[in-house]
Design a binder for this molecule. Structure first.
Ligand code: HPA
Length: 270
């Protein structure tokens, strides 16, 4: 694993110079952030040694280096999901590479089902905490001591400092933010009405199929994390709810300009 990470980093170092202030992982339908950044280098995942390849429609796979919000950033355009069939170590492999590249701050976005009855389609929810419901843990196996300790804390996994900056910047932009707990499940089926209800009972405000593994691995390495969800479907309707992937992507696309402006403002002021 270490050797593979080093191979990827060595390759990236041949193309990229200097340090990067932050990394951003773009989730479902939020890939448009790349149009607002100044891209200096675009590296297809297929060219990076040991990188997995994205298999989902609507998720392209490139690592972009450039400037965004006045900071040097690495951007993952496309991420890896457990439901695609990768083991967790592969899902989170790029985060290890980002850590070894010296990234100190990670921004993650995703599309999520709104579990909280007060959260509606199109809302942006700052993740304050998560519930890990994945069947495999990304840190399972031999601990990579050079990254972090065996039993890392997950208290303040979602940086209170960055959440505060988000609140201030959203106010300046005139955006309303929601805050809440993101439950991460393996998918790929969406939840049954009974499962959405259960998620509400256990304290989740939103549910999705990503983010949690990446945040765990980033925190293991001491990376400061910020996560934000676009609520793409409400699960609170008393009617039978049918979550639809195309709709999830449409809502993600609609919210993308606001999300981009917010992330840019946070990065500028972090
Ligand atoms: N469940 C799980 N993942 C999701 C959902 C959902 O309702 N919406 C968007 N991603």
């Amino acid at each position: 694993m270490l050797r593979k990470i080093e191979e990827s980093v060595n390759y990236l170092r041949t193309l990229l110079n200097g340090e990067y202030d932050a990394a951003i992982i773009l989730g479902s339908g939020l890939g448009g952030l790349v149009n607002a950044m100044d891209v200096e280098c675009k590296i297809p995942y297929s060219e990076i040694p040991n990188f997995p390849l994205s298999t989902v429609k609507g998720h392209s796979g490139n690592l972009l280096a450039g400037t965004f919000g006045g900071k040097r950033v690495l951007v993952m355009q496309g991420r890896f999901h457990f439901y695609e069939g990768y083991p967790m170590q592969q899902v989170t492999f790029p985060v290890r590479v980002l850590a070894k590249m010296g990234v100190k701050t990670l921004f993650v976005s995703n599309a999520a089902g709104g579990v909280n009855k007060g959260y509606f389609v199109g809302d942006m929810m700052v993740i304050t905490d998560h519930i890990n419901l994945f069947p495999e843990h990304p840190l399972r196996g031999k601990n990579l001591d050079e990254f972090g300790e065996r039993f890392p804390t997950m208290v303040d996994a979602y940086s209170p400092r960055l959440r505060l900056i988000a609140t201030e910047q959203a106010a300046k932009l005139g955006y309303t933010l929601r805050y809440g707990v993101y439950a991460g499940l393996q998918g790929p089926s969406y939840e049954t009405p009974a499962e959405y209800h259960w998620l509400r009972v256990i304290g989740a405000d939103a549910v999705g199929m990503s983010t949690v593994p990446e945040i765990i691995v980033a925190r293991h390495s001491g990376i400061e994390c910020f996560g934000i969800s676009v609520i793409t479907n409400s699960t609170a309707s008393p009617k039978l709810i049918r979550t639809d992937h195309a709709e999830v992507q449409n809502v993600g696309d609609e919210v993308q300009p606001k999300m981009t402006a917010l992330i840019k403002a946070i990065i500028s002021n972090m």
